[in-house]
Design a protein around this ligand. Structure first.
Ligand SMILES: Nc1ncnc2c1ncn2[C@@H]1O[C@H](COP(=O)(O)OP(=O)(O)OP(=O)(O)O)[C@@H](O)[C@H]1O
Ligand SMILES: [Mg+2]
Length: 360
């Protein structure tokens, strides 16, 4: 039996994991490198091409069909969900399905209310205004947006000081689409002004498989039976990760002069990047190792844990943990992080006595 407790620092799986590791992680849900560009070629342009999320698609289809029949721009739409699940893609699909142009901006890009006022006042009738990271709008811009969304009006300030006055400017009817990864940070008056809110959720393996097959066709890569499944298993429920891993498999196929990629090619190519069969990478494994080997399964405080794996606590908390918790490897308790039986099994270590059950 393996000795479950090793004192000192974690020595397995955490070499070279530095503060900037997130930008290098193959399983990051944020876009890395030139991905904003390469993402474009894989973006579906019509709702039919959007894989998975069947309920959301049906709701959105109805919503758009009704607006088309009534010949008015649809109500404002809020797209909420973790990074890489298709919010930007859906916003573009909506504009495309409506046959209208889309104007794209984001919360952090708008520094003053005036920036937003000038965008709003230049919109054409029916146009879609996409505001990414809408939870990061400055306060004054947010208030201006309330009036614009509700009354299709902006109040333009003329002059300065005591002589300043505001002139109401009527806007054409437009559709605002807001995207957010932090719905909880949206003030309720803003949330209330969206007629339709779509919550995007992580994709199950069978949907990711279809997504991988579609992307492989777009990339001109032949996949053998079972290859898409192996890719889907490692994609952490996230289309952006699935597409990224697929590109690495394409590299493998090109370099090895293969006519197609089989399941073993996928496994080998991704093992090179230290991504295991459950989609865990080195940082995830380092976190689990720290809890299991150094703290006999926990509980461990976030700061201690982060220091042990040499990573910023925010990265561990927002990048690693959500997936580990969702997949049942780790539990957050008031006393700290605790490894589950599944984590011990995954690391191939038997806990001493009944240590896991005693922790809960
Ligand atoms: N349901 C889907 N079907 C097909 N491709 C998808 C789907 N969802 C996402 N993708 C692909 O995944 C990539 C990332 O999607 P997208 O940029 O829309 O994510 P996002 O939710 O806007 O992420 P972020 O929060 O980081 O802005 C894109 O290349 C897109 O083509
Ligand atoms: Mg986006």
């Amino acid at each position: 039996m393996n000795e479950p407790y090793i004192s000192g620092t974690v020595t397995e799986g955490n070499e070279n994991i530095g503060a900037n590791e997130e930008s290098l992680r193959m399983v990051s849900s944020q876009p890395v490198g030139n991905e904003p560009v390469s993402d474009e070629e894989l973006r579906p342009h019509v709702l039919d091409g959007f894989i998975g999320q069947p309920r959301l698609k049906a709701q959105l289809q109805l919503f758009l069909d009704a607006a088309r029949k009534r010949e008015v721009p649809p109500d404002h739409i809020l797209l909420a969900g973790p990074p890489g699940l298709g919010k930007t893609t859906l916003a573009m699909i909506v504009a495309n399905e409506l046959g209208v142009p889309i104007r794209i901006t984001s919360g952090p890009a708008i520094q003053h209310a005036g920036d937003l006022a000038s965008i709003l006042s230049s919109l054409d009738a029916g146009e879609v205004l996409f505001v990414d990271e809408v939870h990061r709008l400055p306060r004054a811009a947010e208030e201006l947006l309330y009036i614009a969304m509700e009354d299709f009006r902006v109040d333009v300030m003329v002059g300065k000081g005591p002589g300043a006055s505001s002139i109401p400017l009527t806007l054409p009817r437009f559709t605002m689409i807001g995207a957010t990864t932090r719905e909880g940070m949206l003030p309720s008056p803003l949330r209330a002004r969206f007629g339709f809110t779509a919550h995007l959720d992580f994709y199950p393996v069978d949907e990711l498989e279809k997504l991988v097959e579609r992307s492989a066709t777009v990339l001109g890569l032949a996949l053998e039976e079972g290859a898409a499944h192996q890719l889907a298993l490692r994609s952490r429920g996230t289309p952006r990760i699935a597409n990224r891993l697929l590109r690495r498999v394409r590299d493998w196929v090109i370099v090895h002069d293969l006519p197609s990629a089989g399941p073993d090619d996928v496994k080998e190519a991704l093992a090179l990047y230290q991504i295991d069969a459950e989609g865990l990478d080195r940082l995830d494994i380092a976190v689990l190792n720290a809890i299991v080997r150094n703290f006999n399964g926990g509980p461990v405080g976030l700061n201690t844990l982060s220091a042990m794996v040499g990573e910023e606590s925010e990265t561990v908390e927002t990048v690693c943990e959500p997936y580990l918790v969702r997949e049942g490897f780790l539990v957050r308790t008031p006393k700290g992080r605790v490894a589950t039986q599944k984590a011990w099994d995954h690391l191939g270590i038997r806990p001493k006595d009944d240590v896991v059950n005693k922790l809960f």
